[in-house]
Design a binder for this molecule. Structure first.
Ligand code: ADE
Length: 311
């Protein structure tokens, strides 16, 4: 029921009538306000459609979830986590914006910002790999948005190139918070460091060794995934990839990966300091930001998000 009660579902418009009185109209968005055109993506629990608000002409990506399927598969908790995480992070650059949520008898709907330039994965596949400049541009945005999520108590737990969309200005938009963990600050103001995962979360190629070994999945797991993605942007393939999930897991827990001869030295140094088995010994987000690879980045002035993307 809280689905529609939240502010996100309500549009408040102010109109002035002939006598000069201001009339506040509260209007709820519903599925009838949108025209659905094409399918953008399809997952086990959801379908994303391109949808146009017929009154404003604005285009959105609308994620639809079948209620019966969600209940049958016991995913209600994850749908709520996704909504809560997006609402918590909604003011930031680099996070896909959630405009409205509503439901009808059959489905739940998330009206999301439309990312017209597709997934980072498609970009890597299209070019085979990215240039050092492009890798620098996207990796700076990615670590900045991970920093933002963590400082708001959200661990994403499934960061991968499919979940990194490219917006209209070519900056990244992280999506898919269905497997996120929202943590509360402790009495001393810090976030807990031992977050246990009750079941497997994530994707084999980007899963951290601590999740496989100890079912532990905290903030360092997002940094591990970041390291895998930086490697992939340069190499064209993720560092750990077996012929099946089990083989991939084996490679992860044995730290079995290698750099090709031409892999740039600075990026290699960064990746080496991130792909470390023990989460305590891995670079933290702050240490990643302070690495030599990002020596020319000003993290305070927004230039990470406002600079034009490389060719
Ligand atoms: N596919 C899934 N979510 C999307 C979005 N927000 N924009 C474009 N394509 C998507």
């Amino acid at each position: 029921s809280s689905w529609e009660d939240r502010g996100a579902a309500r549009i408040v418009t102010k109109e002035t009538d002939a006598a000069g009185n201001v009339i506040t109209k509260v209007q709820k968005k519903s599925v009838r306000d949108f025209e659905f055109t094409k399918e953008l993506g399809d997952g086990s629990y959801s379908t994303v459609m391109l949808g146009t608000d017929t009154t404003t002409g604005t285009v959105y990506a609308i994620k639809m979830l079948d209620k019966r399927h969600i209940i049958r598969e016991k995913k209600v908790k994850y749908v709520n986590i996704e909504k809560n995480a997006l609402n918590k992070l909604n003011k930031a650059r680099g996070i896909v914006h959630l405009y409205y949520t509503f439901q009808d008898q059959r489905s739940l709907y998330f009206v999301l910002e439309y990312a017209p330039n597709g997934e980072l994965l498609s970009l890597i596949k299209k070019y085979g790999s990215l240039t050092v400049e492009a890798c620098h541009y996207y990796s700076a945005q990615l670590i900045d948005v991970i920093d933002y999520m963590h400082s708001h108590g959200v661990v994403h737990r499934d960061i991968k190139p499919e979940n990194i969309l490219i917006g209209s200005d070519n900056t990244i938009l992280v999506t898919d918070f269905g497997t996120a963990k929202i943590v509360d600050r402790q009495d001393d103001g810090s976030f807990p460091t031992d977050i246990r995962a009750s079941s497997f979360v994530g994707t084999a190629e980007y899963v951290s060794p601590e999740l496989l070994n100890d079912k532990y999945c905290g903030m360092p797991a997002d940094v591990w995934a970041f390291g895998c993605i930086v490697y992939q942007m340069i190499a064209g393939k993720p560092p750990f990839k077996g012929s099946n999930e089990y083989q991939t897991f084996q490679k992860v827990i044995k730290l079995q990966y290698a750099f090709s001869a031409g892999f740039p030295t600075v990026v290699r140094d960064l990746v080496k300091r991130i792909l470390i088995l023990k989460p305590r010994d891995r670079l933290t987000v702050a240490q990643v930001k302070a690495h030599f690879w990002f020596r020319d980045v000003n993290w305070e002035d927004g230039s990470v998000w406002d600079t034009a993307p490389p060719e």
